[in-house]
Write a protein that binds this ligand. Structure first.
Ligand code: ADP
Ligand code: ASP
Ligand code: MG
Length: 439
């Protein structure tokens, strides 16, 4: 049996945390391949090493003195090494990093050093082999992850190593240029490693006891989800349940490897099991609720829109030619609304509007910004009547004005639009009605 174990930043933020991780790994001899993140926050006011690296590299790029910041980063690693009573010097590594920073080796290279160095410490600490992700995780010329080549190289490499540490978050192009995944990407590395070695389980160790029904920063002590499907999790992760990177599902999903989200600080908790499908009903009507702020609704009106062939396509083309992806598109008879990310849209607002006018000749276009989208997700909703009604009544009791409601055709999710200001109140109200009062 093979388990791949990924540990997040807070699980590796200090020597004390490293020691807990060591105990977890040694507690099960099947935990053969380890994917570490860079050291994260030790407390809420702390800074992640990855963020320190980005900041440090910005200085190097601007040709300012970056050495003091780099020394601070080195100190963070040395604190871990000394706290574990290890004999390991990173002097040589830091010399190379400093010289590469001076030569402007790239922002991705800079950020990747957190995982790289933590991987070196972890491999020494465990007595596992160190495999540099730059050698086994491959990106193509355009910087896109190349799953096929990676799987070939990595599976061959892992066959030669019984136990190994592979740092998360980065890989490299064929020419050696380091490329990172997006933030939180060590989760993806873990999944890629699990697929390559055909693991029986991908354990993702973090600082909460699994995927929770709602974001613990919004709802006090939300209940953990015992079993969730890949599809449900992807919906929740995409909509802001940041416990697992939204793209981490793909490699293991295809290989049918379950993911178990576990808590480094409470290893006795079972955590959440993420599976392809299950006949276990979820405990509540909904499996989870998550959301994101910062959307704009672009409302397009035109009389008889529904009879005009190709109207929707023309409107969407206006977004496409401006390189803007849309998030949701509920429609009425004479109206359609396109939800887009405010940040992406803001700079191109007038170009998009004029493109819509030119391409689709609508009667009215009207914009509403500062909106949030909330996804209520659950495989159980399909067989339960009145879920949308319950959501409406919970929100109206909480004085939340619902701007939009849209049920996905899979009946796996219901998307609700509210103002950014109502976001937290809405999540709490939805959590309460389904979990606390268990209606
Ligand atoms: P790691 O550093 O281990 O990768 P992350 O910070 O990326 O950990 O993810 C864990 C965090 O995700 C939790 O501490 C929690 O604040 C946040 N989170 C947001 N939504 C959820 C949710 N639905 N369930 C669990 N955690 C969530
Ligand atoms: N260290 C990286 C980040 O902070 C990747 C990760 O933690 O997964 O985003
Ligand atoms: Mg994470």
């Amino acid at each position: 049996m093979i388990k791949v174990v990924k540990f997040g930043g807070s699980s590796l933020a200090s020597a004390g945390q490293f020691a807990k991780v060591g105990e977890i790994i040694r507690g099960d001899k099947n935990r053969k391949y380890v994917v570490p993140s860079a050291p994260g926050k030790r407390n809420s006011k702390d800074t992640k090493v990855t963020d320190m690296l980005y900041e440090c590299y910005e200085k190097a790029e601007a040709e300012q003195d970056f050495k003091p910041q780099l020394r601070k980063i080195k100190e963070r690693f040395n604190n871990i090494i000394n706290g574990l009573n290890m004999k390991l010097s990173l002097d040589e590594e830091f010399k190379i990093i400093a010289s590469n920073f001076s030569e402007k080796a790239g922002r991705d290279y800079a950020a990747s050093r957190g995982e790289y160095l933590n991987g070196i410490i972890m491999s020494k600490y465990l007595g596992y082999e160190f495999i540099d992700a730059a050698e086994v995780i491959r990106f193509d010329k355009n910087g896109e992850f190349d799953g096929e080549t990676t799987n070939k190289i990595l599976s061959e490499r892992l066959k030669k190593s019984e136990t190994a540490v592979i740092p998360g978050f980065y890989g490299a192009k064929e020419d050696g240029t380091v490329v990172t995944f997006s933030r939180g990407g060590s989760d993806i590395t873990g999944s890629i490693v699990a697929k390559a070695c055909r693991a029986d389980m991908y354990e993702n160790w973090t600082d909460v006891s699994g995927c929770l029904v709602a974001d613990p920063r919004i709802v006090d002590n939300p209940k953990p989800i015992k079993v969730i499907t890949y599809r449900e999790l992807r919906e929740l992760a995409y909509m802001g349940a940041s416990v697992l990177h939204e793209d981490a599902v793909f490699p293991v999903r295809k290989a049918g490897i379950p993911i178990n989200i576990r808590n480094t600080n409470a290893p006795e908790d079972e955590g959440t099991l993420i599976v392809e499908s299950t006949c276990q009903p979820s405990k509540y009507t909904i499996t989870g609720v998550a959301g994101k702020k910062g959307f704009v609704a672009v409302n397009v009106e035109k009389d008889m829109m529904n009879t005009e062939i190709g109207f929707g396509r023309k409107v969407l083309e206006a977004f496409e030619v401006n390189g803007i992806s849309f998030e949701h598109m509920p429609s009425g008879i004479d109206t359609m609304t396109i939800f887009v990310h405010q940040e992406e849209f803001a700079g191109k607002e007038q170009q998009v509007l004029s493109a819509i006018h030119r391409l689709a000749e609508p009667d009215v276009i009207d914009l509403e910004g500062d909106l949030a989208l909330i996804a209520v997700v659950g495989r159980g909703m399909k067989s339960t009547r009145g879920t949308a009604g319950r959501i409406f009544s919970a929100l109206s009791h909480a004085n939340v004005n619902v701007k939009m409601i849209d049920q996905g055709s899979s009946e796996l999710n219901i998307i609700i639009g509210v103002t950014n200001n109502d976001f937290e109140t809405a999540i709490k109200a939805i959590y309460d009605i389904f979990v606390e009062t268990q209606l």
